[in-house]
Design a binder for this molecule. Structure first.
Ligand SMILES: [Zn+2]
Length: 235
């Protein structure tokens, strides 16, 4: 048996555990079946991709309850084709949970985006920030045209969100979903630390017609042809 002695001399952690007990009691009082129901399974219809920044807690800023959002957060909400962690979240949420919306929510004042514009050495994280530097390089003419450095960083925040949105859409996971007519839209949003409000970036991608030709993949066609050739070879 494990002893249940208090392990946290730090008051902040003790406070968190106390608040957790209060919260669980309050929810239980308001909705007696809440935990029994949510313990049975989840069926969120939205995948939220956000920054790890402590000031942008997904559920809190859009007032969602436990069970409403499937969440992936990393530094500066970067979505890569080679990130096994992110791709696993994407595949599970699209194929198994069948989410209908994927929201990439960046935020103005993002420290990760700001750091990517510097020439300082930060260590391991520089490899991650290079992905945002790539976004800068691809949009250098537009970014360099903005003299105000803060405004320039704000545009880079938006462009970084846009890049993640399109990387998600270019993935075979999302294209396969569209090929089988699964309703799925990918949205670009930006949260402002200064007023707590989210700006829609006017970027919603819901089908293959909205992505550049070179990225389009006939995923289901390919799967069908592999299946056909496999069954032909067994005959
Ligand atoms: Zn951030």
């Amino acid at each position: 048996m494990h002893s249940r002695l208090p392990l946290n001399p730090d008051d902040r952690l003790g406070d968190m555990l106390r608040k957790n007990k209060e919260w669980a009691k309050k929810v239980q009082g308001e909705v007696p079946q809440f935990f029994a129901t949510t313990a049975k399974g989840q069926s969120p219809k939205i995948l939220w991709v956000g920054c790890s920044d402590s000031r942008v807690p997904a559920e809190q800023v859009v007032q969602c309850a436990p069970g409403d959002l499937f969440v992936h957060r990393n530094i500066a909400n970067v979505c890569l084709h080679t990130d096994l962690n992110f791709l696993s979240v994407l595949q599970y949420s699209v194929d198994v949970l069948q989410v209908e919306h994927i929201i990439v929510c960046g935020h103005y004042g993002c420290g990760g985006v700001a750091a990517s514009t510097e020439n300082r050495f930060h260590g391991l994280i520089d490899s991650w920030l290079c992905n945002i530097k790539d976004v800068y390089r691809a949009n250098r003419v537009n970014l360099d045209a903005i003299e105000d450095l803060e405004a320039r960083k704000e545009l880079l925040v938006e462009l970084n969100v846009s890049n993640s949105v399109y990387n998600i859409c270019h993935s075979p996971i999302v294209q396969a979903a569209w090929d089988r007519n699964q309703p799925l839209s990918v949205h670009g949003w930006c949260y402002a630390l200064s007023d707590g409000l989210i700006r829609e970036l006017g970027l919603v991608v819901s089908n293959k017609e909205q992505i550049e030709h070179v990225y389009k993949m006939a995923v289901m066609e390919r799967k069908t042809s592999i299946k056909a050739s496999q069954s032909a070879s067994q005959e």
